[in-house]
Write a protein that binds this ligand. Structure first.
Ligand code: 1PR
Length: 550
């Protein structure tokens, strides 16, 4: 057998990470554009992102459905990832008009969002059910104590014995009180609901086992010892604010309340703080166990020539070595390039996805879109960056980064915005505050509050909120728990708490005192005060479920 893997080219998707992961484990990717070529393939992977109906109808429109079924029936190795797995089932409540391939009995349903965030985003288990020939074995490299990266709203609920009675080996994960199919296999077929290409070393081991044809193996001794709780882990994210410094080098910087210049003697301040090189630092955080890495291009608001944006190279290089989700923010909006060419936000996002990003983060443009949404009486235009990108790549690929700042008031009646009572009164003893959204990296305050913004962008199809806080940024004084609780009350989508982390205890505090889905740190990691691993070990020691294996 050659070392070639065939991937089906049938739907827009951020598949760069998958290609990188396959190459990392020593295989070569060939894209199948013509369904007739499927007969010659030796191993096939069906990636899938976004909407079930959209993926399956794209497959059918490209005339792949029957050749794919024939390929699978031929007994040659086949793997479906995420929607690629979902499509093997009979149907999904995400789109009742479009049937699945019906190779596995069962239907997908949406997670219940009354008690938890939906989509389910983060690291969870895939524990092989002890049945059939998988008894006591590792199925395609899956290990009970390891965690894998999931991102989806629909899943196949797990009913003990049902799939097993038809010869399927199943690995499950638990989200809240719902147990679902995390991976499944029978004969030549293998599918994972999680993204192995974004699941660190644990995921690379799964891809390698599939490509090597290593269906069942012994569970590694060290992995057996490292058993940890089932369920979604607390995510710890490292964030890199990137910009060009005064010498023209692209550097990771870090501000105090968004001011990234050293305290200088001139009125404009000193040099831009240089804390290191973006790709090197991202690798270091991956090695240290970061669950995700976020890059924010913080001066993109100025002039954003698309053609030479250096962030594309940063992503390309990072995604070859870093196998956890990568988010890129800054300048995701409709732009005009230096030569006058108009480039839509969707096209900008596509460039980033093609370079290895898994999610894009939208800041200023989301605030303007929210203002327009309210001005039009909550009408969706269908044309905002959030809507166009989430339609093409799925909600999970669109993060909105919020840069709010506290505005103190004496009483809630003093403002039309949503005010909360605060335990931290303002400079004149004000007992209330509202959170004003800003654009252009905090330079311009807008007449829209954080609660309005997050509800508007959730309606537009944003899949996750990256919640910064200008007052807390760089202060090392802990997260703004009041802000985080306010936002968590307002939306169902996951929220990443950001700004203010100064030590591992702040991560514990935000996870214990709020229902945040993830927490992000920047300065404390960049300055070398703590490593990501130290934060995770501390959380694990306090009894929180975190991903400690790589
Ligand atoms: O508006 O879509 O072009 O996006 C610009 C992006 O750049 C936004 O996501 C915005 O948050 C970010 N940004 C703009 N200016 C700055 C700045 O610092 N001058 N950085 C900036 C925002 C905040 C966090 C930071 C945390 C944690 N950085 O991401 O990493 O506050 O820091 P800490 O742990 O050290 O407290 P667009």
């Amino acid at each position: 057998m050659s070392n070639t893997v065939h991937l089906l080219d049938y739907v827009a998707g951020n598949v760069r990470s998958l290609v990188n992961a396959i190459e990392k484990v020593g295989y070569k990717v060939v894209w199948i554009k013509d369904p007739a070529d499927l007969v010659n393939a030796e191993r096939v992977i069906l990636p899938g992102v976004g909407h079930f109906g959209h993926c399956l109808s794209s497959l059918s429109k490209a005339s792949f459905t029957e050749p794919l079924k024939a390929y699978i029936a031929s007994g040659k190795p086949f793997m479906g990832i995420c929607v690629g797995l979902q499509g093997l089932f009979e149907s999904s409540s995400e789109d009742t008009e479009v049937p699945g391939l019906g190779i596995i009995p069962g239907a997908l349903t949406k997670f219940d969002s009354t008690t938890k965030s939906v989509p389910h985003i983060g690291w969870n288990s895939a524990i092989t059910v002890q049945s059939g020939d998988a008894q006591g074995k590792s199925l395609y490299g899956l290990v009970p104590g390891r965690k894998y990266y999931y991102v989806h709203s629909y899943a196949v609920p797990y009913t003990p014995g049902q799939l097993e009675s038809q010869g399927w080996d199943v690995a499950t994960a638990t989200y809240g009180n719902e147990k679902f199919v995390g991976a499944i296999s029978k004969g030549n077929i293998f599918g994972t609901q999680f993204h192995p290409e974004k699941s660190g070393e644990a995921g690379l081991a799964v891809i390698k086992a599939f490509l090597d044809g290593n269906r069942l193996s012994d569970i590694p001794q060290d992995a057996q010892a490292k058993e940890m709780g089932d369920g979604l882990t607390r995510r710890v994210i490292a964030c890199l604010d990137v910009r060009t410094n005064d010498d023209g080098d692209l550097v990771v910087t870090k501000g105090d309340q968004y001011d990234v210049r050293e305290k200088g003697t001139t009125s404009s301040g000193g040099q831009v703080r240089n804390l290191g090189k973006p790709v090197d630092m991202a690798k270091r955080y991956y090695e240290s166990g970061a669950d995700e890495v976020t890059f924010l291009n913080i001066t993109s608001f100025r002039n954003c020539p698309v053609a030479d944006t250096p962030m594309l190279d940063v992503l390309r290089l990072t995604s070859e070595e870093v196998f956890v989700p990568l988010t890129i923010g800054g300048g995701i909006r409709d732009v005009v390039d230096t030569d006058g060419t108009k480039v839509s936000a969707l096209e900008v996002a596509t460039m980033y996805f093609k370079s290895g990003a898994d999610k894009v983060s939208i800041g200023s443009d989301a605030v303007i879109a929210a203002e327009e949404y309210f001005a039009s009486g909550k009408q969706l235009s269908g044309e905002t960056a959030i809507e166009t990108i989430s339609k093409a790549y799925g909600n999970q690929a669109v993060v909105v980064s919020v840069d709010p700042r506290r505005v103190y008031v004496t009483s809630p009646q003093d403002t039309k915005r949503h005010a909360i009572k605060t335990a931290f009164p303002g400079p004149n003893g004000e007992q209330y505050c509202w959170y004003q959204c800003t654009i252009k990296g905090g330079r311009e305050g807008r007449d829209v509050d954080v609660q309005e913004l997050v509800t508007a962008v959730e309606a537009m199809g944003c899949g996750e909120i990256l919640l910064n806080c200008i007052d807390k940024d760089g202060t090392n004084s802990g997260f703004d728990l009041e802000l985080i609780s306010e936002v968590k009350r307002s939306v169902k989508i996951p929220v990443i708490a950001s700004s203010g982390a100064g030590n591992p205890g702040h991560f514990l505090e935000v996870f214990e005192k709020t229902t945040t889905d993830a927490a992000l740190g920047a300065g404390m990691f960049h300055r070398g005060e703590y490593t990501v691993a130290q934060v995770k070990d501390y959380l694990a020691g306090e009894g929180l479920v975190v991903r400690t294996s790589k």
